[in-house]
Design a binder for this molecule. Structure first.
Ligand code: CP
Ligand code: NVA
Length: 308
């Protein structure tokens, strides 16, 4: 069974094939009016369950639209409405869903739910974000970077802010695609040492630099994300904001990077907190291309898991 659980769990050749297919499918749709189904219908007759234990705009809509463009159908399920929230084991849920649907995409609070689902499912399982990682987002981000600037291999990516789940998938991608990543943020919010170690083990240079101005010197890409993630307790909000304020991405910080450096944010963003509107709406920003590319990247990921 082929699942898409994390970037470091998929071979580079396969990741590259997914990115190439995403680009081809995106190109093939160019010029067609909205609402046109893809010329190929590889998901015809297939049903995909999209399970959300927490909110989502991009992941929900891009998966739903992507499946339909490829001829399949979707069922969007809220974790709270399923027996999942009422004591049935994840393993039993996975066995049952496998009798009905052809693929499962799940967004969950706890990574162990995703892993148990994958272990007991007879159909592909895709990670739509957990507390620890967000691989579909970073596949879209690689596609976006390369559309604008060519190969990401050998480039310098700077993550400014919280070393969270999205940052973790960037670290996995650094290891696989061969770019360097500098993390700048407060020590209390460093990325997980395990993920830093994985990227270093395969030869990527992972640097921790507390001074954001120094960190972005020579950067090709600057990335940030919300200061309070969905899995973080709201009671930590004030403390996090106080620690993270120096790491806001603003015009002053962007000016220290390479002149052609890009800015990315997975969205949703909090304008005036982790990033200013000047940067979000400025010439370096590719945030809406990233959002669009969720659709194309995930279509290619779904085809890859099903082998169609
Ligand atoms: N970037 C992202 O995953 O957005 P949603 O939470 O809206 O799905
Ligand atoms: N780090 C954020 C990403 C949202 C897409 C969160 O987990 O809430």
């Amino acid at each position: 069974m082929t699942h898409f659980l994390d970037i470091h769990k998929t071979d580079l050749a396969e990741l590259r094939a997914i990115i190439d297919q995403a680009r081809q499918m995106k190109d093939a749709r160019n010029g067609h009016p909205r609402g046109t189904p893809d010329s190929e219908q590889p998901l015809a007759g297939r049903m995909v369950a999209l399970i959300f234990e927490k909110p989502s705009t991009r992941t929900r809509v891009s998966f739903d639209v992507g499946v339909r463009q490829m001829g399949g159908q979707t069922m969007v399920l809220s974790g709270a409405d399923m027996q999942l929230g009422h004591g049935e084991t994840i393993a039993d849920t996975a066995r049952v869903l496998s009798r009905y649907v052809d693929m499962i995409m799940i967004r969950t609070f706890d990574e162990s739910v995703l892993l148990e689902m994958a272990e007991y499912s007879d159909v592909p399982v895709i990670n739509g974000l957990t507390d620890r990682t967000h691989p579909c987002q970073i596949m879209a981000d690689i596609l976006t970077y390369e559309e604008h600037r060519g190969p990401i291999t050998g480039k310098k990516v700077v993550w400014s802010g919280d070393g969270n789940n999205v940052c973790a998938s960037f670290l996995h991608a650094a290891g696989q695609f061969g770019f360097d990543l500098t993390f700048t943020g407060p020590m209390q919010l460093d990325p997980e040492p395990e993920f830093i170690g994985l990227a270093r083990k395969v030869g990527s240079t992972i640097t921790i630099e507390r001074d954001p101005a120094k960190a972005v010197e020579g950067a090709d890409l600057i990335v940030t994300d919300t200061w309070v993630s969905m899995h973080d307790s709201q009671s930590t909000k004030e403390r996090r904001h106080n620690m993270l304020r120096p790491y806001q991405v603003n015009d002053r910080l962007m000016a220290q990077a390479k002149p052609d450096a890009l800015f990315m944010h997975c969205l949703p963003a909090h304008r005036g907190e982790e990033v200013t509107s000047e940067v979000m709406d400025g010439p370096s920003s590719v945030i809406f291309d990233e959002a669009e590319n969720r659709l194309h990247a995930q279509k290619a990921i779904m085809r890859w898991t099903l082998g169609v």
